[in-house]
Design a protein around this ligand. Structure first.
Ligand SMILES: *Cc1c(COP(=O)(O)O)cnc(C)c1O
Length: 393
C-alpha cells in the first residue's frame, strides 16, 4: 500500500509546506463532502465476498482516518511513506525490531530519556548492544563501528543542552558502512528540519509534541522512502499493535493544519527569550542553537530552517534552591514535562526528565542543578518576557 502525498490535488504539482500541512492526504468525505476527515471509529469493515474489500479489512492494519494522517505526515517530511504509531516510543520500538540479537547501534549520547530506557532496559535483554557517542564530530562515530553495527540513531537538537549534530555527515558514514540512519526529529519538527533530504533512512517523531501541538494527544510517526523498510515497518506495526486510534489520528491531523504558523511564532518567541536570558544578570549559560557563538551554529544554520523555541539555561552559582524558586514562580509558563504545545512550559531536568541519571553523569552531560528548560509557546511575547522577568527577580 503506497500512501499518496496529496489525494485531492494534482499529483504532478509540488506544493509548499503550509499547503501540504493543511491538505496533504485528505479529500472531502466521499459520502457527504465533509471537509474534515471523519473519525472512522470502527474495528472492522464489511466485505462484499470473502477477501473482497476496499483496502480495509481490520483496523489494527489500516484505518481511513489514520491513512489520511499518514499521507499528510509523508508530505511534511518529503517522504514516500509514513506510518503513524500510538506513541513516539511505539514508533521507536518498531524501529528496534528491525534488528536481530548481536546487532549493535551507535546512538547520540544525550538521548531522550525514554529512548535510553527502552534501549537499555528492554532491547539490551534481547541481545542488542548500544554505544552512546557524542556525535558533535561525526567522525568520532567511526571508531565504534564494527561488523555487527547495523544502525545509527541520531537525535538533534539534543535534550536539554541543544547540541546540534550534522545529519548529512552522519549519512555519509551510514552509506559508506551500510548502516540504517534513523533521526529522531521531534525537537525540530518537519517545519525546521527534513532528515530524509539530508540522507537519513528513517525519520522518527513523537507527534505528541510539535506535530499535535496542543498537548492533548500521545502519538508517534515514522517516515521513509525505501520500499523494503516501509514494508518491514508496516508489518511490525500491524503485527505488534502499536497502532494509533482514529480519534487520536484526527487530533494530530487537525493539529498539523497550523504547524507552519505555530512554528513561526515558536521561533520568533524563542529568539526573543534566548536574547533576554543572555543579558539577564542572574543567568549563566543559555543553550540555544541560534546564537552565532553556539558551538554547532553553522551546522544548525545549514540543516535547519530556523532555530526553534527550545531553550535551556543555568543560573549563576548553580543553586538548586534558586532554580526551584524560579520554577515555582512562573505564572504564564507552566511547570511540566513535555514540549511543543501552544502553551509555554518550564522544566527542571535534574529533578524531572533526567532525575534517574546519577548526579556525576548528569553533570558531565551539562545537566547541572540549576539547569532549566523552556518549551516556548505561542503566547504574546511581552507576557512571556514579563513572566520570566518576575520569576528571576
Ligand atoms: C517525547 C519524546 C519521545 C517519546 O515520544 P512519546 O510520544 O512520548 O512516546 C521521543 N523522543 C523525543 C525527542 C521526545 O521528546
Amino acid at each position: 500500500m503506497q500512501t499518496k502525498l496529496i489525494q485531492r490535488m494534482s499529483e504532478n504539482t509540488t506544493y509548499g509546506f503550509g499547503t501540504n500541512a493543511i491538505h496533504a492526504g485528505q479529500q472531502p468525505d466521499p459520502t457527504t463532502g465533509a471537509i474534515m476527515t471523519p473519525i472512522y471509529q470502527t474495528s472492522t469493515y464489511v466485505q462484499e465476498s470473502p477477501g473482497k474489500h476496499k483496502g480495509y479489512a481490520y483496523a489494527r492494519g489500516k484505518n481511513p482516518t489514520r491513512t489520511a494522517l499518514e499521507g499528510c505526515l509523508a508530505a511534511l517530511e518529503n517522504a514516500k511513506y509514513a506510518l503513524a504509531f500510538a506513541s513516539g516510543m511505539g514508533a521507536a520500538d518498531s524501529v528496534m525490531k528491525l534488528l536481530r540479537p548481536g546487532d549493535e547501534v551507535i546512538c547520540t549520547d544525550d538521548l531522550y530519556g525514554g529512548s535510553y530506557r527502552m534501549f537499555e532496559r528492554v532491547f539490551a535483554h534481547f541481545g542488542i548492544k548500544y554505544h552512546y557517542v557524542s556525535m558533535q564530530h561525526a567522525d568520532d562515530i567511526r571508531q565504534y563501528i564494527n561488523a555487527n553495527t547495523k544502525m545509527l540513531w541520531v537525535e538533534t537538537p539534543t535534550n536539554p543542552t541543544m547540541k546540534v549534530i550534522d545529519i548529512a555527515a552522519c549519512a555519509t558514514i551510514a552509506k559508506e558502512k551500510n548502516l540504517i540512519l534513523v533521526v529522531d526529529n521531534t525537537f525540530a519538527s518537519p517545519y525546521l528540519q527534513n532528515p530524509l533530504k539530508l540522507g537519513a533512512d528513517i525519520v522518527m517523531h513523537s507527534a505528541t509534541k510539535y506535530l499535535g501541538g496542543h498537548s492533548d494527544v500521545i502519538m508517534g510517526a515514522l517516515m521513509m522512502n525505501d520500499d523494503k523498510l516501509y514494508e518491514q515497518l508496516a508489518f511490525l506495526l500491524n503485527s505488534c499493535g502499536a497502532n494509533p486510534g482514529p480519534m487520536d489520528s484526527f487530533l494530530v491531523l487537525r493539529g498539523i493544519k497550523t504547524l507552519h504558523v505555530r512554528m513561526e511564532r515558536h521561533c520568533f518567541n524563542g529568539r526573543k527569550i534566548a536574547e533576554f536570558l543572555k543579558t539577564h544578570p542572574k543567568v549563566d549559560q543559555v543553550y540555544w542553537p541560534g546564537f552565532p557563538e553556539h558551538p554547532n551554529h553553522d551546522v544548525a544554520k545549514k540543516q535547519m530552517r530556523d532555530f526553534g523555541g527550545m531553550i535551556s539555561f543555568t543560573l549563576k552559582g548553580d543553586n538548586l534552591e534558586e532554580a526551584f524558586q524560579v520554577a515555582s514562580s512562573v505564572k504564564v509558563f507552566s511547570l511540566a514535562e513535555s514540549l511543543g504545545g501552544v502553551e509555554s512550559l518550564l522544566g527542571h531536568p535534574a529533578s524531572m526528565t533526567h532525575a534517574s541519571i546519577p548526579k556525576p553523569e548528569r553533570e558531565r552531560a551539562g545537566i547541572t542543578d540549576s539547569l532549566l528548560r523552556l518549551s516556548v509557546g505561542i503566547e504574546d511575547i511581552d507576557d512571556l518576557l514579563a513572566d520570566l522577568k518576575q520569576a528571576l527577580a
